[in-house]
Design a protein around this ligand. Structure first.
Ligand code: OGA
Ligand code: MN
Length: 247
């Protein structure tokens, strides 16, 4: 049984926000960028929480909108059905896990998959092309996380020991609200609507300086409307951890 060890909170020392700010020119000139970096941030799926005043951390606001990308309708309904069909037999064998004191997630089952049928492989290639630089080294297994209708993910930062800079997830079966909260300033927070069949890409400050949570139950509200409680499956591609964090 896989454990959710990657979610164990792990502090990231350097201020990546500063690093990014200072290096942004170098970065853009020195490496081939993933396709998503060329897009401007689409704010229609991001809602800054009222606690984050408009004049506070104005630079960070701009940056976070580039580091938390949501691409709606990234997969078609047919592609979604095909991806779900391929993982379903594995998932069905497992029970949803609840009430584990050390879990960052309530109501989930998960698996990993290294090999996909041709149709799904093509979709995942599109994800990789969009989210990662061409030379990025990805973890060989794609993470499949099935959240029950009553499940949720508590705030966490993905441990740097287990994954690198960029995290790209397909949100399938239903929509969800993801909340990003600044690690040092909890009132600096935003909600992102992960619409069913979207691709979301987290990197930089969104990945290191903010925790992320998938809201459940009565908290799962987007612009005043409660989202229906339904099962949701995320298919997540990640980069290898950076060399200095590998064991
Ligand atoms: C994770 C995670 C988000 C999602 O697996 O670490 O945060 O979209 N998942 O399910
Ligand atoms: Mn995570």
């Amino acid at each position: 049984m896989l454990t959710f060890s990657i979610l164990k909170k792990c502090k990231y020392k350097a201020s990546v926000y500063k690093l990014y700010k200072n290096l942004s020119v170098d970065v853009s000139q020195s490496r081939v960028r993933p396709a998503a970096e060329k897009l401007s941030g689409d704010t229609s799926y991001i809602e800054i929480l009222p606690s984050w005043a408009p004049n506070e951390e104005a630079d960070l606001r701009t940056i976070i909108l580039h580091h938390m990308h949501i691409l709606p309708n990234f997969v078609s309904e047919e592609e979604e059905a095909a991806l779900l069909a391929e993982v379903e037999p594995q998932l069905k064998k497992m029970r949803y896990e609840y009430d584990h004191w050390d879990n960052a997630i309530e109501g989930y089952r998960e698996t990993e998959r290294g090999k996909w049928n041709n149709q799904n492989e093509a979709v995942l290639s599109r994800v990789k092309e969009m989210a990662f630089a061409p030379k990025a080294e990805l973890l060989p297994y794609v993470h499949v996380l099935d959240l029950a209708a009553g499940g949720h993910i508590k705030p966490h930062v993905d441990a740097v020991r287990f994954c690198g800079d960029t995290i790209a997830g397909l949100c399938l079966a239903s929509s969800a609200v993801m909340r990003l909260t600044h690690e040092k300033k909890p009132h600096v927070a935003l909600d992102a609507l992960l619409e069913r069949r979207c691709l979301y890409i987290m990197s930089g400050v969104a990945r290191y300086d903010f925790s992320h949570a998938v809201l459940g139950g009565e908290h799962s509200v987007w612009r005043g409307d409660r989202l229906p409680r339904r099962r949701r499956v995320a298919i997540i591609c990640r980069e290898q951890p950076k060399a200095e964090h590998r064991q």
